[in-house]
Structure formats: structure tokens, C-alpha cells
Design a protein around this ligand. Structure first.
Ligand SMILES: Cc1cc2nc3c(=O)[nH]c(=O)nc-3n(C[C@H](O)[C@H](O)[C@H](O)COP(=O)(O)O)c2cc1C
Length: 187
């Protein structure tokens, strides 16, 4: 744990806005001295207040065991600047070695003991809801968001604003191909 990037709290009732545009996420987890990190494109908001999210955590991931054991995970929303790390944490398993160390990833702590990844635009700390049948049948985890944060340079007053190409959030297609989030407009 070294760098603490700029992160300001996001009002929980409006934290769905961090995920509403469908960005790829990075799931961080920790349990009893072990920690892990993986990519997850299949994450979405589920409710306003209390805020909830849904995310698919495949049964073959090493993250799955840590998340089931701790009952917690964080959704980190990466920027284009770290797209190669998104692909890397989504292409290797923590079973084969610590991805944070291998990739030189910096983290900081939010309200819980979960590592939050530096270089991201926003972070949602989540507590798993007891929906074990859904987890076992569909690999689908429902969770309540207990804390939400954003870099105020990229998200403030309930709106995203990307000052550079590198600061844009990401959308995943497959095979290492991404879109960067485009220009916003209002109607
Ligand atoms: C961009 C991207 C998005 C991904 N989305 C998901 C996802 O939504 N759910 C999932 O279970 N795996 C997803 N994966 C695959 C996991 O990130 C991958 O299996 C990872 O190696 C698991 O790491 P672990 O074994 O250390 O937990 C994705 C991979 C990439 C590259």
C-alpha cells in the first residue's frame, strides 16, 4: 500500500452513476492476509438506496473463494491509462502468484480492509448479499455498496468529465479490444 490517489466520497444514493454507463471494472478482494485482483466486465448497478450491484464472478476464478470467505469485494473503475493492467489482471490467475507484485500495482485502503487500485477513476466497496443459490447456479453475486469514491478530477457533482483521453473509462469487447468512453451530451 503506497500511493493514496485523490478520492472523494460519492453520495451512496447516487453511486449507481459510477456504473451506469457500463464501464469494465476491476474486482479486488482480500481475506486473512491474502489478496487478489481480477477484471470483470459483467458488472452493473441494481438499486438506488441502499445501493446494490450485480457482478459475475466465475467459479473458476481464485477471487471467488476470497469473496465468498470474506463476504466483500470492491469494484474499481479503471481508466484508459491502465488498460494493459486490466487485461493482465483478467488474463492471469492469482493462484499462480500475486498479481499486485508482478504488475507493480499500487493500492490504498478505503473504509474496509479491501485494497483499492490506484490509477482508477472510482471505487465501490461492496458487501455480498446472501444469495448463495444465485451464486452457485449463475456465478452471479449481488452486493450492497457500503462506500463509494471517485477522483474529483474525473467525476464530480454527479457527472463524469474526462479531461484527457487517458482518463476515460473503458468498455470491453473481447480479445484485448476495448472502447474508451466517448463524449457526453444531454437531451
Ligand atoms: C476485460 C476482461 C473482463 C472480464 N470480465 C469478467 C467477468 O465479468 N466475470 C468473470 O468471472 N471473469 C471475467 N474476466 C475473466 C477474469 O478476470 C479472469 O478469469 C481472471 O484471470 C481471474 O483471476 P483470478 O483467478 O486471480 O481471480 C474478464 C477478463 C477480462 C480481460
Amino acid at each position: 500500500m503506497t500511493l493514496t490517489p485523490r478520492h472523494e466520497p460519492v453520495e451512496l444514493a447516487k453511486c449507481y452513476r459510477l456504473l451506469n454507463h457500463g464501464p469494465v471494472t476491476i474486482v479486488t478482494s482480500a481475506h486473512q492476509g491474502e489478496r487478489n485482483i481480477m477484471a470483470a466486465a459483467w458488472a452493473m448497478p441494481l438499486d438506488f438506496d441502499p445501493p446494490k450491484v450485480a457482478v459475475v464472478i466465475d467459479r473458476n476464478t481464485w477471487s471467488r473463494g476470497l469473496i465468498e470467505a470474506s463476504g466483500r469485494f470492491a469494484l474499481n473503475i479503471p481508466t484508459r491509462a491502465i488498460a494493459s493492467q486490466v487485461l493482465a489482471v483478467g488474463s492471469h490467475s492469482g493462484r499462480d502468484g500475486d498479481k499486485y507484485a508482478a504488475l507493480g500495482l499500487d493500492t490504498f485502503l478505503g473504509d474496509s480492509d479491501l485494497p483499492l487500485l490506484s490509477g482508477c477513476a472510482a471505487w465501490l466497496e461492496c458487501r455480498v448479499l446472501p444469495e448463495t443459490a444465485m451464486q452457485q447456479r449463475y456465478d452471479l453475486f449481488l452486493a450492497e455498496v457500503t462506500a463509494a469514491w471517485a477522483d474529483p478530477a474525473l467525476y464530480s457533482e454527479g457527472r463524469w468529465h474526462f479531461p484527457s483521453q487517458e482518463s476515460r473509462t473503458l468498455h470491453y469487447i473481447a480479445g484485448g479490444a476495448f472502447f474508451a468512453t466517448g463524449e457526453s451530451f444531454e437531451v
